[in-house]
Design a protein around this ligand. Structure first.
Ligand SMILES: Cc1cc2nc3c(=O)[nH]c(=O)nc-3n(C[C@H](O)[C@H](O)[C@H](O)COP(=O)(O)O)c2cc1C
Length: 222
């Protein structure tokens, strides 16, 4: 697989087949992903990988939390408090496109919430990872984590695997922190579901749009 094929074929997958991901595969991917660049070579990412009983235990705990309406103070604000255009429109569009695939109308808030809760079962994925970062790190190191995670997702494509990054877990930092025994100085950034996409599930047919190049790039002297 060439890099452009990995980039073009990576999508956020929201329904997985149950077949397990071999331990050696994820070890190979994470060993190579560590070649991702980081300012000052800090390598600020901390990664926890879960599968099998460890994953089942976290899923069971989350089910319990959701059932009991437990709410936690989020690790951070996932979006700015008021999201102006064009970001607001892009977010709205992707949500509408996804729920259209699922046949869930805007008015059916309960069904939308039920679907969203699938996040907390990793959409049926047999493996998950979490990325956390020392609280002393700032925006540049958080950007480093993003580069690292995209490298992971592209390498997963080369292994024939799919993924979905999941910052929804930032809403349950205490639950995740306990499950992973994260030290107090460590802040949860995101989770990620990992496995093989279920090709039959309609949600996986979602192809998200991108802004035209000239909307996000300014060329000078090019
Ligand atoms: C850091 C990060 C966190 C995300 N968190 C979630 C999430 O919690 N749940 C979810 O369904 N998708 C999540 N996404 C997926 C985005 O919605 C998705 O990347 C975007 O809509 C573009 O679609 P694509 O990944 O299929 O290209 C996240 C993506 C990123 C990069």
């Amino acid at each position: 697989m060439q890099v452009h094929q990995a980039v073009a074929s990576r999508r956020s997958i929201r329904a997985f087949l149950p077949e397990p991901v071999p331990g050696e595969t994820i070890r190979r991917v994470l060993a190579l992903a560590a070649r991702a660049p980081s300012g000052g070579n800090l390598q600020p990412w901390h990664i926890d990988v879960l599968a099998g009983e460890a994953l089942d235990a976290l899923k069971a705990t989350m089910q319990h939390q959701l059932k009991n309406g437990v709410e936690e103070t989020p690790a951070y604000a996932v979006y700015p408090p008021s999201l102006p255009s064009p970001w607001r429109d892009r977010r709205f569009q992707v949500g509408e496109a996804m729920y259209a695939r699922l046949g869930i109308p805007r008015e059916d808030k309960a069904a939308r919430m039920r679907w969203f809760a699938n996040n907390y079962a990793f959409f049926g994925a047999p493996m998950a990872l979490f990325c956390s970062v020392d609280r002393r790190m700032g925006p540049p190191q958080w950007a480093d984590c993003g580069m690292y995670l995209q490298t992971v997702m592209l390498l997963l494509r080369e292994e024939g695997l799919d993924s979905c990054p999941q910052e929804c877990w930032a809403h349950y930092p205490d639950t995740v922190g306990r499950a992973l025994a994260l030290p107090a100085e460590r802040m949860l950034f995101t989770g990620m579901a990992i496995g093989r996409a279920d090709p039959a599930h309609p949600v996986n047919a979602l192809e998200t749009a991108r802004a035209p190049l000239d909307e996000t790039v300014r060329f000078s002297g090019v």
